[in-house]
Design a protein around this ligand. Structure first.
Ligand code: PGA
Length: 232
């Protein structure tokens, strides 16, 4: 069983959501499918497909205009939330401390955080990928509760390029060993960044790749269903 998690980012509407979820419902799969939707689409018919959110406030409630609390997500029956996506780290200045606080809040409300980590192009060019990824990992995870890690090299997101299989293997092994050092060796580790139907099977065959976090290709059934069907 692999996790196949869609991240719709700031895309989609009710009609597109209904079309995609209905089409997923008709696919036979042993994988765990989750679609992380924009907040306005979290309510309504889920057609039996697991729905996730894309952010959670680290605060309980109160004067935080525009933010969404753990209680609100729980009330909407949300079981997964992406935290620390590189777009939130970049556009909203989310630090590892904030990501950890958000992940901790999610866990407190019974929601599994999908914690994103990954190096930038310049960090990669300087040969700092492993040290950056390890530091982000150790500083972003909560001290208790279950969570999922998504390794998403920032330069691979939306770019049509992915790391080589050997790079993915080396980085996922490093993440696995780092998690094992903190007694978290059962934590699922996903890969994300320009996943499509051409590369999904190869990437999920790599050791310690427990699933995929998929942006653009998760928006439509003609690009998302072939990925689900290619993995078992
Ligand atoms: P992408 O996005 O699949 O469009 O590269 C992945 C992500 O940002 O989670």
């Amino acid at each position: 069983m692999k996790f196949i998690i869609g991240n719709w980012k700031m895309n989609g509407n009710t009609e597109q959501k209904d079309v995609l979820l209905k089409s997923i419902k008709n696919v036979q799969t042993n994988n765990k499918i989750v679609i992380c939707l924009p907040f306005t689409l979290l309510h309504g018919n889920d057609f039996g497909i697991t729905i996730g959110a894309q952010d959670i406030s680290e605060h309980t409630n109160g004067a935080y205009t525009g933010d969404i609390s753990g209680q609100m997500l729980k009330d909407a029956n949300i079981k997964y939330v992406i935290v620390g996506h590189s777009e939130r780290r970049f556009y909203h200045n989310e630090t590892n401390d904030i990501v950890k606080a958000k992940a901790t809040t999610a866990v407190a409300y019974g929601i599994t955080p999908i914690i994103c980590i990954g190096e930038t192009q310049s960090e990669r060019n300087m040969g700092r990928t492993m040290s950056v990824v390890k530091k982000m990992l150790l500083e972003s995870v909560p001290d208790y509760g279950e969570y999922i890690i998504a390794y998403e090299p920032r330069w691979a997101i939306g770019s049509g390029t992915t790391p080589s299989v050997s790079e993915i293997k080396a980085i996922h092994e490093t993440i696995f060993k780092t998690l094992r050092n903190i007694n978290r060796e059962n934590t699922p580790i996903l890969y994300g960044g320009s996943v499509d139907e051409e590369n999904a099977k190869t990437i999920t065959s790599v050791a310690h790749v427990d699933g995929l976090l998929i942006g653009r290709a998760s928006l439509k059934s003609d690009t998302f269903l072939p990925i689900i069907k290619s993995i078992d």
